[in-house]
Design a protein around this ligand. Structure first.
Ligand code: NAD
Ligand code: ZN
Length: 359
């Protein structure tokens, strides 16, 4: 079992990662919440079928009433309607300011349940119980949100969890496509912060169908530590937290134009990372063996070129209107060295030219 303590300006909380980490949940709740009224688990249909009973069994030991509310899978969970239903359920079941929400699922459930917790009666505590690899990224950092038809994650809050309990057993049921999506964020964390970790990944992770528990433990612990060290310095995203968007400017544009849910987040940002690496080589002389990288990720099943049906001009427009864009142009996270990111405004011609090479 690994344990990391996250320290932000607003709060400190533990992250526990390991096989059967879920068994720690009841003691944590009993120790931390002396006047708890009720526990509400928010989870999605798929995760409910696979893992809800395990979690409920653990929660019995708290002796508190445990309620559950099951929402649709994926982005379908992050809608105003589902958000409203969660609030209605919580009110109808008389949850109050002494209640606790458990987010059991991937990033979508975590974002939704976290936003429900952030807003129910002006904010109640919640605990993240991630069940996807991608959630090593989303469960830490306190950003919670739902989507608006005009933009993903556009309605949300900063609300840190009380704890993150990451049981590696839950990952065993994750489909390959979802593993691949999450692994792209692991790769991102290595590239922006830790060259040695990147090398370890490239040498050790050669088949996503055969990742051992101790390898998951290493990649999740490292990934979360990297994210945490950035978030600790910049909780509300005014500066260096933007480095976490490495690969995301083009990635978001691809993900959005392919239709959310059709192309996973990780698949999209992986192409975005190849693009940002190419720009980094060109603009900043980044010393990096890109061909080796492309061979590796291709063997893991990623594509590394922009889907042909997408139009460059449309992608360019999307990149410039990305909410992370600072000056109206496209601001990119590039690397001057592996592990050393910086922000750079890019002009249209350079961006278009580089896209040509990636189509
Ligand atoms: P997800 O929660 O939609 O899960 C992906 C799919 O896997 C779903 O169909 C889900 O039912 C299924 N699933 C989950 N756990 C499973 C398991 N153990 N076994 C089998 N199936 C399982 O998606 P995700 O990829 O975890 O997260 C993506 C979301 O995270 C996006 O909405 C994105 O905006 C958000 N996100 C948030 C942050 C943040 O900082 N808040 C960061 C990154 C991503
Ligand atoms: Zn991401």
């Amino acid at each position: 079992m690994e344990s990391i303590r996250i320290k932000t300006a607003s709060k400190q909380y533990p992250v526990l990662i390991g096989k059967n980490a879920i068994n720690e949940l009841s003691d944590f709740i009993t120790n931390e919440f002396s006047h708890l009224s009720k526990i509400l688990i928010i989870t999605d249909e798929k995760v409910a079928e696979l893992h809800l009973q395990t979690v409920k069994k653990v929660l019995i030991k708290t002796g508190k009433p445990v309620l559950q509310h099951v929402v649709p899978e994926g982005e379908h969970a992050k809608t105003f309607d589902v958000f409203y239903e969660c609030q209605s359920y919580a009110l109808s079941q008389q949850l109050n300011r002494k209640s606790l929400i458990i987010a059991l699922g991937g990033g979508a459930v975590g974002d939704l349940a976290g936003f429900v917790a952030a807003t129910f009666m002006r904010g109640i505590p919640f605990i993240q119980v991630p069940t996807t690899l991608l959630a090593h990224d989303s469960a830490v950092g306190g950003k919670v949100a739902i989507n608006h038809p005009l933009g993903k994650n556009m309605v949300g809050a900063f609300h840190q969890p009380e704890a993150v309990i990451y049981d590696l057993e839950f990952l065993h049921t994750l489909p390959l496509k979802e593993l691949r999506s999450g692994f792209a964020e692991v790769v991102k964390h290595s590239l922006i912060a830790d060259e040695e970790f990147y090398r370890w990944l490239r040498l050790n992770i050669v088949d996503l169908n055969n990742v051992k528990d101790e390898q998951f433990l290493t990649m999740i612990t490292k990934g979360i530590s990297i994210k945490a060290s950035i978030v600790e310095k910049d909780e509300k995203e005014t500066g260096i937290r933007a480095f976490l968007n490495f690969g995301h400017t083009l990635g978001h544009a691809i993900e959005g134009s392919m239709g959310y849910g059709n192309f996973t987040h990780g698949e999209s940002i992986l192409i975005g990372m190849v693009y940002a690496l190419k720009l980094s080589k060109k603009k900043l002389d980044l010393n990096f063996n890109l061909n080796e990288f492309i061979d590796w990720v291709t063997s893991l099943g990623y594509r590394t070129t922009i889907p042909r049906q997408l139009e460059k001009e449309v992608l360019l427009h999307l990149m410039k209107t990305d909410k992370k864009s600072v000056h109206g142009g496209a601001t990119f996270v590039l690397l001057s060295q592996l592990g050393t990111p910086l922000l750079m405004d890019m002009d249209d011609s350079a961006l278009l030219e580089e896209m040509n090479e990636l189509m």
